[in-house]
Structures are given as C-alpha cells and as structure tokens.
Design a protein around this ligand. Structure first.
Ligand SMILES: [Zn+2]
Length: 149
C-alpha cells in the first residue's frame, strides 16, 4: 500500500510539474520569490520517497514521514539557490517552447494552484473538453459538400 501511495504521490508530482509548466497566466502572476518559496518547501522521505510540503502537505510530525517514519529531506535542487538556477534555465530553454505551443494553439493550460488531486482532475477535465471540442469541429467538417474534401 505504501508503495502504491508513494508512486501515486510521485505521479501527482509529475502532473503538478507538467501543469506548472503549462499554466501561463499563473506563471505570469507568480514572482520568483513565490516560486522559490513554493518549491523550497518540498520535503521527500529518504526511505519511501513520499513527497510532502511544509505549507500545503505537511507531515504530522516535523521532518518524519507519516508512512514509514523515515527522515524527510530537502532535495538539492529544491534549495532556494538551486530553484533560482532552475527558473533561469526554464526561462531560457523551456519557456520559448511553451510560447511556441501556445501560439500554435496546442497548449493545454491548467491552473496549478491547488492539491495534486485537484490539479489531476482539472487536467483530465481540460483534456476531455479539448477532445469534445475537436470531435465537434471534426463532425462540422463532415458537413462539407460532397466531393469537396
Ligand atoms: Zn517514508
């Protein structure tokens, strides 16, 4: 069970990371200081790799994993200085790609200001809405005159 929960946590973190990268308005609204504060609050269990956050998902006992009682650690790349370096790398390498997909209307923007579960639900909802819109557009093209396509 702990393994399943741990990998679910991990998957949720991946979704959060992806949706953070895609959320343009929110990224525009967050200052670097806020991003640093968010990311540097993350703690990972050294034993079972469960993920916590000092503000949004604290462990019941400080620095101790709820699941396996292992010590909670801060990853090197979540330290404030490392987060600043990561954000600079993001702005120079990833952001242009996000802008490219936004311009070509292939970007799925999902607000990432919530729990992993809520973000996953939002992501699936946005994907469904996009798929429905596409199938409506496709059925629209079926109405073109015979022999036209
Ligand atoms: Zn643990």
């Amino acid at each position: 069970m702990a393994v399943i929960e741990s990998s679910l946590n991990h998957a949720m973190q991946e979704v959060r990371a992806i949706s953070c990268g895609l959320e343009l308005p929110q990224l525009g609204d967050l200052t670097l200081a806020e991003i640093v504060a968010r990311l540097s609050g993350r703690r990972t269990c050294a034993q079972c790799k469960a993920v916590y956050h000092l503000m949004s998902r604290p462990s019941k006992e400080a620095d101790v994993c709820d699941t396996c009682r292992g010590p909670l650690m801060q990853r090197e790349d979540d330290r404030p200085e490392a987060v600043r370096v990561r954000m600079e790398a993001y702005m120079t390498s990833t952001r242009p790609l996000v802008d490219y997909y936004a311009r070509s209307r292939r970007l799925l923007a999902v607000a990432a200001d919530s729990t992993p579960e809520a973000i996953l639900e939002r992501t699936l909802g946005a994907l469904n809405a996009r798929l429905n819109r596409r199938s409506v557009e496709e059925s629209g093209t079926d109405k073109s005159p015979p022999g036209y396509s």
